[in-house]
Structures are given as C-alpha cells and as structure tokens.
Design a protein around this ligand. Structure first.
Ligand SMILES: Cc1cc2nc3c(=O)[nH]c(=O)nc-3n(C[C@H](O)[C@H](O)[C@H](O)COP(=O)(O)OP(=O)(O)OC[C@H]3O[C@@H](n4cnc5c(N)ncnc54)[C@H](O)[C@@H]3O)c2cc1C
Length: 307
C-alpha cells in the first residue's frame, strides 16, 4: 500500500513527486508522460530560474530531478493512464490504469487540462506556427504584428487586452452576437484604437505558407466569407480538464474542474487533493501548478502523519 498516488506528470505532479520523495512518502507517480502541456513549446520564458527553456528540455529537467531524489520512495509509471478511481471500505483508494491497479492511502490529482482546439482546416497544421493556445507564453513573439483572438469569453477579451500592449492590431472574433465576457472587460477592449471586434463570426480556415498569414471566417448573419490578414491566431475557446475519472466522485465546477480549498488543495472527498490546471483556480501557469503541487504535499504529509 502506497502512502500516496500522484496522477499526472506535469509541473504540478512532478513538483509533488520531488517533495514526496524528500519527505519519504511511499508514492506511485502515474502519468501519461512527464512534462505536461507545455512540452510542445519552443521556448518557455517564464519558468522561474530559467530565462528560456524549451518544453522538451523542461521535461528532461523534470525527469532528472525526479531521478535524483526518488530513491525507493517514489516509483514513476510513465505511459500509464488512470481510468477509474474508487474509495475502498477501509478509506484507502484504488486507481485503475490501463496496465495495472494501484492503491494508496491518499490521492493527488494533477492530471492537468487540454485547450479546446480550433477545428477548422489549417488549424492543426499551423499549431505553434502562428496558431497558439497560450497568450502569456507566446504573445510577445507577435510584437508589432496583426493578430486575431478567437473567443468572446473573459479569456478571449483578457487575451486581447494583453496583446494590445504590444501587437499592432488585435481582431477578436466571436461566434455569437452577445459576448460571454464581463461588459466592463468588453468596453475596455472596445475603447482601444488598435482593437477590432467582430461578432457572429465563425472561423472556417487558417491560411499560410510556413507560418500563418491569415484566416477566413463566415459572417453568420449574411453567410459571406471574409479574409483577415494576421500573423498570429490566439485561440481562447475554453479548456477541457482531464477529470473524467473523478467526475462521479468529486465536486467539480461548471466546466468540470475539481473544486479545491486554495489554502490546502484539498478536494471534496477526504484523502484526495488536486493541483494545477485540473482545479478551479483562476490562473493556469507552470509555476502556479508547481506551487500547487508543493502546497498539496505539505498538507498531505501532515494529514498522513496525524493518522
Ligand atoms: C502550448 C502551451 C504552451 C504553454 N506555455 C506556457 C509557458 O510558457 N509558461 C507557463 O507558465 N505556462 C505555459 N502553459 C501553461 C502550462 O503548460 C500549464 O499551466 C501547466 O502545464 C499545468 O500543469 P499541470 O501539472 O497542472 O498539468 P499538465 O501540464 O496538463 O500535466 C498533466 C499531466 O497529467 C497527465 N495525465 C492526464 N490525464 C491522466 C490520467 N488519466 N492518468 C495519468 N496521467 C494523466 C498528462 O500526461 C500530463 O503529464 C502552456 C500551455 C500550452 C498548452
């Protein structure tokens, strides 16, 4: 029986794994892969302690750090995905993966999230070549350029406001007539001279050669197709948390993120914690996810020692 199962090997799960090892908690770290979402990134420029690191090198540094501290305390099961989680009669937990079953007295869910993708021709081919899902990561690369933002929620408008600080122009496209974003945020963006907002606009194609050069969208009220010349397309169409295996068990918010106590990372069931992008915290970044993982282990350690 493990003290702890960590589900996920992104910054939240790996930070938790390092702390669990140093506290000699018998831990199984189970993950699809080590590195997490930003593993595809060409250059991460805000991972503290490193002015620029590729996602691939970040993942390598995670593996090296785990290898250096794990000893017999933490076993790493990469290439495994948890499909179900259940609480047993004695209060322990069993997590069923594709390859094995794992049991432990406590669980840390650090399974992260994926961005809802733009599903039009060209969007996948130009991902990371102009189509991006993270403004705070990639925005500065488009300084002085014309860009588009897809999405009329708060994330879309906040991304637009962020980009307006250094882009030549920002065009926000939204499928519907009404915006989901807070009116005050919409008005703030609307007031900027470099901002253009197009409602009722449905993206239909991303165009380019090596990199994005533009996109086409349909005006949903007239059916007409228009072309927009942009170098960058920031997609803010929502996130999809990886929480299906706990959706019957834990309290989730309306977009299926795990509700946690932000002081401790405790979820709604005794013995389960959650950290990083799979939780209902407001901001999603590598450093924040790592901090969440650390906070969770501090609390899990005390919880285990008191039992
Ligand atoms: C393209 C891109 C670039 C980004 N760039 C930056 C940046 O420059 N700076 C920044 O701060 N943030 C960046 N972000 C955001 C950042 O990557 C996330 O905030 C961070 O990765 C969240 O970490 P996490 O550990 O919570 O989850 P994730 O990184 O999503 O990791 C989740 C882990 O859980 C595993 N997993 C999922 N489901 C299961 C399951 N059922 N069983 C087992 N394992 C599972 C996955 O394999 C993965 O290892 C970027 C995001 C994207 C998409």
């Amino acid at each position: 029986m493990n003290d702890l199962i960590i589900i996920g090997g992104g910054p939240a799960g790996v930070a938790a794994g390092v702390y669990a090892a140093r506290k000699h908690l018998k831990t199984a770290l189970i993950t699809g892969e080590i590195g997490g979402q930003s593993v595809v990134s060409e250059g991460i420029e805000n991972w503290i302690g490193s002015s620029k690191i590729s996602g691939a090198d970040l993942a390598k540094s995670f593996i090296a750090h785990l290898d250096a501290v794990k000893n017999d305390h933490v076993s790493v099961h990469a290439g495994e995905r948890i499909q179900t989680l259940q609480k047993n009669a004695d209060g322990s937990f069993t997590a069923a993966g594709m390859n094995n079953h794992y049991s432990a007295r406590s669980i840390l869910v650090a399974s992260g999230a994926g961005r809802r993708k733009l599903e039009v021709p060209g969007a996948a081919a130009f991902e990371n070549k102009g189509v991006t899902y993270c403004a705070s990561c990639d925005g500065p690369l488009f300084s002085g350029m014309d860009v588009a933002v897809i999405g009329g929620g708060n994330a879309g408008f906040e991304t637009a406001l962020q980009l307006l600080a250094y882009c030549k122009s920002v065009t926000l496209l939204h499928r519907h007539k009404e915006f989901k974003a807070d009116p005050i945020t919409v008005e703030k963006a609307r007031a900027h001279p470099a901002m253009r907002i197009i409602a009722n606009a449905e993206p239909v194609e991303v165009t380019g050669d090596v990199f994005v050069t533009g996109m086409k969208y349909r005006d949903r009220s007239t059916g007409e197709i228009h072309e927009l010349k942009v170098a960058g397309i920031f997609v803010e169409a929502g996130v999809l948390p990886n929480t299906s295996f706990v959706q019957e068990m834990l309290e989730l918010d309306d977009v299926k993120r795990i509700k946690v106590d932000p002081r401790t990372q405790r979820a709604s069931v005794e013995g389960i914690w959650a950290a990083g992008d799979c939780t209902d915290e407001l901001y999603h970044q590598n450093n924040i996810a790592a901090g969440d993982g650390v906070r969770a282990i501090e609390d899990i350690y005390l919880w285990i020692k008191k039992r």
